[in-house]
Design a protein around this ligand. Structure first.
Ligand code: SF4
Length: 408
């Protein structure tokens, strides 16, 4: 296990105290004592605190609040419909109807993909769609009609039930911003949902910015979705996309918003920190990638602001350096698929689970497979639909992690 550095970086460490301002020094000590710090204090820590200091604090907190395991979810990616009513200028997921890689899956295709996942010992069926594609594309409306539906969410509900019945894989849906009614439609068939907040910055929606053409990325709407899930006691994964033009203050604001929503509802199961990487043929193809220095500090701040939260960084977006995230306080690698590509980031292949295991072990941690719902939610009243309990029990052990850990 990574060493508990609490004592090493406490106030008595004179080598650090010579390079730290008095207030940063005091803030670090308060964090390590388990006290909450204000946004202003976080800002000073983030912008003036030494990177190594932030990482050491994040590791100390990670080791205090989490056990020796780094988790991942073994998943199969069901790319249900990759049309989207929005256009984000970094996206390569969204397609147009004339493109070869258009996906409008039939029920038989969905089950065939889930079966492949089952054979490879996956436990998560990840359903992904663009944002409300039926609002923009007649192709989607006819596809839904031919399958007996008028909305993508209704179709996901039916497909989730089929996957549960035919394969036992546990559905987790990422379909963007959702109303309360839509989330309640998924509550009996999905163990959790995912929706990236990305950023609370409304400036990113202005002319020339990445969310100019993406009304669903309006932070107010994303926050509303997170609250809708909270009111319905639906476990949800959310997070930030770092390096798309936001400021340091925006990063902290976004982390504090997530923390405060979780404080109010208690349903956020994981915070993903995702680093922006420019992709060819997108509006941001010529933008600089998020620097590793800035990103590591951002990940450490997520741990500092939410010490007991599950913090994830996907390993595939940083193929040569993802081990460094273990030094920034993460405790999860997210979904990794042994059988399907990452359709959201098709430019980045998944590392093998074996290589993720080796890297995790080399830092002194164990790699454990988890379900798409975190163990801490399994015992909480109303967070799991009774209709999902049997499927969950078939896959989980007493600790709530995957029964037979599949590591190769
Ligand atoms: S990132 Fe999501 S919302 Fe934006 S264009 Fe791509 S699929 Fe649509």
């Amino acid at each position: 296990m990574g060493m508990d550095l609490t004592n090493e970086i406490y106030v008595s460490d004179m080598s650090l105290s010579t390079t730290m301002s008095k207030t940063v020094h005091e803030t670090v000590n308060r964090v390590l004592e388990g006290k909450t710090i204000s946004k202003t204090e976080s800002y000073e820590l983030f912008t003036t605190g030494d990177k190594n200091l932030l990482l050491a604090v994040a590791i100390a907190l990670r080791n205090k609040y989490k056990n020796n395991s780094i988790t991942y979810s073994r998943k199969v990616f069901i790319n249900l419909v990759n049309l989207c009513r929005d256009s984000c200028s970094y996206c390569t997921y969204k397609k147009e109807p004339y493109e070869k890689s258009l996906s409008l899956l039939s029920p038989a295709q969905v089950i065939a993909i889930a079966e492949i996942g089952k054979k490879s010992r996956c436990t998560e069926a990840l359903f992904v769609t663009g944002e409300r594609p039926e609002q923009k594309y007649s192709e989607v409306r006819s596809w839904l009609r031919s399958n007996g539906h008028t909305s993508t969410i209704e179709f996901i509900r039916e497909m989730s039930q089929s996957v549960l019945d035919k394969t036992g894989l546990l559905p987790h849906t990422n379909a963007g911003s959702l109303t309360k009614e839509e989330i309640s439609l998924l509550k009996d068939t999905n163990v959790s949902l995912g929706m990236m907040l990305e950023s609370t910055s409304e400036r990113l929606m202005e002319k020339g910015m990445p969310h100019e053409m993406a009304p669903s990325k309006n932070p107010k709407l994303r926050i509303k979705t997170l609250k809708n899930a909270g009111e319905l006691k639906m476990p949800i994964t959310t997070g930030l996309l770092v390096g798309i033009g936001e400021t340091s203050e925006d990063i902290l604001n976004s982390l504090y918003v997530i923390r405060d929503i979780h404080k109010e509802y208690g349903h956020i199961q994981e915070v993903i920190m995702q680093n922006f990487s420019p992709k060819p043929h997108t509006g941001m193809a010529k933008s600089l990638p998020c620097s590793q220095y800035y990103f590591l500090k951002s990940v450490a701040m997520a741990r500092i602001i939410m010490p007991d939260m599950n913090i994830q960084v996907p390993p595939n977006l940083s193929p040569n350096s993802f081990s460094e995230y273990l030094d920034a306080g993460i405790n999860d690698w997210g979904g990794i698929s042994p059988v399907t590509i990452d359709y959201v980031n098709p430019e980045f292949a998944w590392p093998s689970i074996k290589s993720v295991k080796d890297i995790t072990n080399a830092r002194g941690y164990n790699l454990r497979a988890r379900l798409p719902i975190y163990p801490e939610f399994l015992q909480r009243k109303d967070y799991v639909s009774p209709k999902l309990e049997f499927n969950i029990s078939m896959l989980s052990d007493a600790s709530g992690l995957v029964k037979e850990d599949s590591e190769n």
